[in-house]
Design a binder for this molecule. Structure first.
Ligand SMILES: NC(=O)C1=CN([C@@H]2O[C@H](COP(=O)(O)OP(=O)(O)OC[C@H]3O[C@@H](n4cnc5c(N)ncnc54)[C@H](OP(=O)(O)O)[C@@H]3O)[C@@H](O)[C@H]2O)C=CC1
Ligand SMILES: O=C(O)C1=N[C@H](C(=O)O)C[C@H](O)C1
Length: 240
């Protein structure tokens, strides 16, 4: 496959290495300073675009790929308010757009465990639920996209919770799920969910040891999306 990398930073570099090791060709590695190279490319020769850039750059990058009819796999976090607009554009162009806040298989198993635990805890009003995420200091957004997906999994199952908020106070508001975001190098990504009561605590966590799992997942999705159409997510890709 011929792949274009939109955002050649920490993730873009690992994704390129993995893709090349699997026999794919990287036809361009685009950062802010060489975006002009996009105009010299022949879209017909690109099978898939993989986009891991920055919150302010993601929408423009994804629009570029959709408008050139190139299937796009995006992992950039911190811009999701604009996703409905991009979903609509994908359908208008008859293209393929895949977004996931986390491409690691382990985290996607963890998403399911989180939903199941929240369902079990839905009527257990003596427990206060809270979340902590830990990432490296270069991360631009907080809370992480993964933390927001986890929060959505909790809110849809615990009815007295109405929203989440960045806060360190576990007991502040019955209706609010507090999320603490810590920035400590070199943490690739840790997420912890805690249910705490006077009697006992329940805790689940996922700790990434490197960025390898995120990058491999993105390449596997890129291979899968090549001949697909529509607005797609990990629920379409994974069979669990
Ligand atoms: N979904 C997932 O599984 C994962 C998602 N992420 C997310 O991916 C994103 C990237 O993470 P990471 O690689 O660590 O970040 P980096 O900061 O290391 O890389 C981002 C890259 O994007 C480049 N960039 C900035 N503006 C543009 C633009 N307009 N067009 C193209 N490229 C641009 C930057 O270039 P320059 O340095 O020149 O500004 C930089 O090289 C983040 O949003 C992060 O949260 C990260 C890991 C996993
Ligand atoms: O910026 C990162 O590094 C990561 N970002 C993603 C997120 O915001 O959830 C995924 C992973 O946690 C690493």
């Amino acid at each position: 496959m011929n792949i274009i990398i939109l955002g050649y930073g920490k993730m873009g570099k690992i994704i390129s290495e993995i893709a090349e090791s699997l026999g794919h060709s990287i036809v361009a590695k685009i950062n802010i300073d060489n975006r002009h190279e996009l105009d010299q490319l022949n879209p017909a020769e690109i099978d898939v675009a993989i986009e891991f850039s920055q919150p302010e750059a993601a929408v423009e990058n994804i629009k570029w790929a959709i408008s050139k009819e190139i299937p796009i796999v995006s992992g950039t976090t911190g811009w999701l308010a604009q996703k409905p607009e991009l979903d609509e554009m994908t359908l208008k162009y008859g293209g393929a757009f895949f977004y996931a806040s986390n491409y690691s298989i382990g985290v996607n198993v963890f998403f399911k465990v989180n939903q199941y635990l929240a369902k079990l805890m839905g009527d257990q009003n003596d427990y206060k639920v809270s979340m902590e995420e830990v990432h490296h200091t270069e991360k631009k957004d907080a809370p992480s996209g993964t933390a927001i997906t986890l929060a959505e999994g909790i809110l849809e199952n615990i009815t007295h919770l109405k929203t989440w908020k960045l806060s360190e106070e576990v007991n502040a508001d019955e209706q609010v799920l507090p999320i603490t975001a810590k920035r400590i190098d070199p943490a690739p990504g840790t997420h912890i969910i805690r249910y705490q009561s006077a009697i006992d605590d329940i805790e689940i966590s996922h700790t990434a040891h490197s960025r390898q799992g995120f990058a491999l997942g993105a390449v596997l999705v890129a291979e899968w999306i090549k001949d697909k159409k529509g607005v797609l997510s990990m629920d379409d890709f994974l069979s669990f």
